[in-house]
Design a protein around this ligand. Structure first.
Ligand code: ADP
Length: 550
């Protein structure tokens, strides 16, 4: 059986050749380089050798040269089968070494087999001429061998340079891409963490029916922590339903709509766990993701609420002031109307006193009747006036509600300063821990307004007037402190009586009804009022109203 020795350092090439030749009924030996090939051949000389050129250890050229210098092997045909050395000069050199054929890979298997068979036929026919004589390491051979190797080396260097160049270009491109990436990453991170609005990204969790049901935190920026007051690490991996169980269902329905339609929505949201309002933009940045951008609107909302309350208080106070002015006018009218009947009574009384003995019984009777009818008239007038005042001041039931007492006091003081007290120094002093209280806004306005009007009226221009707010366990305490003329101990017991005025103040405008209205309002509020006063030094009116729990 014809035996083949195939030499190649690449395993798969060896395998392919082995399969091919064995398929054609040859016996095949294999070697992986020149040294191995020589050993095998010297032990079992084959009928033909098919060798690659570029191999480690001993290459194909060196093997061929050894082969053709061996007395036994030199008669065995040597075929080169190469993919690396493919130039005519390579073939020339190969043949000069005594090789029978120089075949270039890859070859169609049919043609390869055909070529090998031809060599074998020549060999069997004895036509194989060993053209290379055994020789020394001739300079010519070495020169040619070196040239071939050098050419190959040059090619390899060229190839390597090309590869190197391409690699360098690729490295440059990569560097540019990396730096662009770094830049954009930096910009993104600056934007992401520098924005004052909070940003959160969620993974959408669907229910059995495939509908968006909950949202798992996967990312949040720095503003998230400062706005929400929660650590990102504490919420990461948790869902909205887990971390905000008190969130109203309508928001979850809205989130579901946004994910299903892909349409972004802007809305205000209240988070009970934080007791905060946020303006939120919710959207889907990509499939299965849900994101929100939001900022805290609690302060803005509270300010708005406060402004609204302030406006309401101001409006109701100005209504109250109008009523008070009306009452003043009614009282002025009353004092005018009272003058005529009172002077008739006075004249009749003087006549009776002076001329009682000289007057006839009929005349006396007539004077008494005049006095009686004028008194009735006065009483009717007073009755009508009280009715009128009651009608205008709204004699209604106590209606306690939550009022910002501090703001109300400030509004009244501001208004009083503008109207009457420009020459006085009016101040509101808050000693309560909170601004709100549950009380009747109308009654409280009337009380404070009347006490402040008196404090202004009965103290010198430029003096200080304080409206102080305080409280203890049971009472809200409102004090109006002035440094005015004061009230004597003789006047104090009557000071709240309707129409009572101190002699010392009778020359000043007034009706003597203000304090009785104050007392009425305090009593309707189930409170109490007291006075501390020193003549010439000033007065303090102390109003105590029971605290009503909300
Ligand atoms: P009016 O002020 O219209 O006279 P009031 O009922 O408000 O009526 O007051 C009754 C009287 O009490 C006043 O006339 C005045 O003599 C006295 N009075 C009220 N407030 C003060 C005060 N702060 N300082 C001194 N006297 C006052």
């Amino acid at each position: 059986m014809t035996t083949f020795l195939i030499v190649d350092d690449i395993e798969v090439n060896l395998y392919m050749l082995k399969m091919l030749f064995e398929g054609h009924g040859y016996k095949v030996f294999q070697a992986r380089n020149g040294v191995e090939a020589l050993q095998i051949a010297q032990e079992n000389p084959p009928d033909i050798i098919v060798s690659d050129i570029l191999m480690p250890g001993m290459d194909g050229f060196a093997l061929c040269r050894e082969w053709k210098q061996d007395d036994i092997l030199k008669k065995i045909p040597f075929v080169f089968y190469t993919a690396t050395y493919t130039e005519p000069k390579d073939e020339e050199f190969a043949l000069s070494l005594g090789a029978e054929r120089f075949l270039i890979k890859p070859m169609e298997t049919e043609l390869l087999v055909k070529a090998i068979k031809e060599v074998l036929a020549d060999y069997e026919a004895g036509e194989l001429v060993v053209s290379v004589e055994p020789q020394e390491e001739s300079t010519e051979y070495l020169q040619e061998y070196n040239e071939v190797l050098f050419r190959k080396l040059e090619q390899k260097v060229e190839q390597l340079e090309e590869i190197n160049h391409a690699l360098n270009e690729e490295i440059e491109v990569r560097k540019e891409i990396e730096s662009a990436l770094r830049d954009s990453e930096q910009q993104y991170s600056l934007l992401f963490n520098g924005m004052s609005d909070a940003f959160t990204l969620y993974e959408v969790i669907v229910d059995d029916k495939g509908l968006p049901h909950d949202y798992r935190f996967i990312k949040a920026n720095a503003a998230f922590e400062s706005l929400i007051g929660l650590k990102t690490n504490d919420v990461m991996g948790k869902t909205i339903r887990e971390s905000l169980p008190a969130l109203e269902t309508r928001y979850l329905i809205l989130f579901q709509d946004i994910v299903l339609t892909g349409q972004a929505e802007r809305f205000e949201i209240y988070i009970p766990e934080l007791d905060k309002y946020f303006e939120m933009l919710a959207f889907c940045p990509r499939e299965n993701q849900f994101a929100t951008i939001f900022f805290d609107t609690t302060e803005r909302r509270r300010k708005k609420q406060f402004e609204l309350e302030y406006e309401q208080l101001k409006a109701s106070f100005s209504k109250e002031r109008e009523r008070n002015t009306l009452v003043q006018q009614i009282i002025a009218m009353l004092s005018h109307d009272l003058r005529t009947p009172l002077s008739v009574i006075s004249t009749s009384k003087d006549m009776l006193k002076k001329y009682f003995d000289k007057l006839s019984v009929e005349k006396r009777e007539e004077k008494f009747k005049t006095i009686e009818s004028q008194i009735r008239f006065v009483l009717e007038l007073l009755d009508d006036t009280v009715q009128m005042i009651r009608g205008n001041t709204g004699d209604v039931q106590l209606v306690p509600k939550t009022v910002n007492l501090l703001t109300l006091c400030k509004i009244i003081v501001e208004d009083m300063s503008d109207t009457y007290g420009a020459d006085h120094q009016l101040a509101v002093i808050q000693s309560r821990e909170q601004d709100f209280a549950i009380l009747d806004e109308t009654l409280i306005s009337r009380i404070i307004m009347n006490l402040l009007t008196n404090a202004i009226k009965y103290s010198a221009a430029g003096s200080e007037i304080r409206l102080e707010l305080d409280e203890n366990d049971e009472w809200i305490i409102i004090q109006v402190v002035d440094k005015g003329i004061g009230i004597s101990a003789d006047d104090l017991p009557y000071i709240f009586d309707p129409l009572y005025r101190m002699d010392s103040t009778k020359h000043l405008p007034g009706s003597g009804l203000g304090l009785s209205i104050v007392k009425d309002c305090v009593e309707r509020h189930h409170g109490r009022i007291s006075i501390e006063s020193v003549v010439g030094e000033g007065s303090t009116f102390i109003v105590e109203l029971p605290i009503i729990d909300g």
